[in-house]
Design a protein around this ligand. Structure first.
Ligand code: PEP
Length: 251
């Protein structure tokens, strides 16, 4: 059966020392109070190797927030999936709306990234979600369906089975506005059905679909209690160990 997962996305926050302090604090908290879900922290690239050393990776998995769409070579400033893997990280967040909006990541580029992540044994946490205008005009179902099918539906059934999906309505990210539990359940069920239509019910039932967008300790339980919401991708509230723990405790 699918896993419940709480994954943090630190974005471009915390220098190395601050990041290590946060990871260590979280590790200490979770070693005395074992979580009832898988916990992942998505750190900046430069933190990965050190954070992997600082935490018990049986309890806290470590994730990058991106990887290159090329294998290796003359791509100044890029970090390959193989490099991410060599740090001991096990996951990579791909297709975050900030990467799509600010760095021009298209469905085609993301398809390459997903394939390279999988080829290197990383678990992609693949983000999808509509902007406010799309939600208000009722296009959100079509938008997420296209995002999934264009970047992921070329995968074999076996490879698709390794993907974690994160539904993140762009209008809820960092805005303090959260999708209602009903809105989250409605679209998560739609996403699961979209996966079932392509890969079958068993694969769909085994796919973890996380919710992201202003999730915090006070609303996590209500969101995660929906049958098709299997946890959260957490931005702001993952930057404080106590808040992140409060969300983990929703399970
Ligand atoms: C995110 O960016 O993935 C996110 C969910 O951010 P926040 O929790 O801050 O809305």
């Amino acid at each position: 059966m699918r896993k419940n997962i709480v994954a943090g996305n630190w974005k471009m926050n915390k220098n190395l020392q601050e990041g290590l302090a946060l990871a260590t604090e979280l590790n200490d908290i979770l070693s005395s109070a074992k979580p009832n879900c898988e916990v992942v922290i998505g750190t900046p690239f430069i933190h990965l190797a050190k954070v992997v050393e600082a935490v018990n990776t049986d309890t806290i998995k470590v994730s990058a927030q991106n990887c290159a769409d090329k294998v290796s070579g003359a791509y100044t400033g890029e970090i390959s999936a193989e490099m991410v893997k060599s740090t001991g990280a096990t996951h990579v967040i791909l297709g975050h709306s900030e990467r799509r909006a600010y760095y021009g990541e298209t469905a085609e580029i993301l398809k390459e990234k997903v394939e390279l992540a999988l080829a290197n044994g990383l678990t992609p946490i693949f983000c999808i979600g509509e902007v406010l205008e799309e939600r208000e005009s009722g296009k959100h179902f079509d938008v997420v369906k296209a995002q999934i099918s264009e970047s992921l539906f070329g995968l074999s059934t076996e490879d698709f089975g390794k993907i974690v999906l994160a539904y993140e309505p762009v209008w809820a990210i960092g805005t303090g506005k959260t999708a209602s539990p009903e809105q989250a359940q409605e679209i998560h069920a739609f996403i699961r059905q979209t996966v079932a239509d392509k890969y079958g019910k068993e694969v769909a039932d085994n796919t973890s679909i996380l919710y992201g967008g202003s999730c915090k300790p006070s609303n996590a339980k209500e969101l995660f209690s929906n049958p098709d919401v299997d946890g959260g991708l957490i931005g702001g509230a993952s930057l404080k160990a106590e808040d992140f723990k409060g969300i983990i405790d929703a399970f």
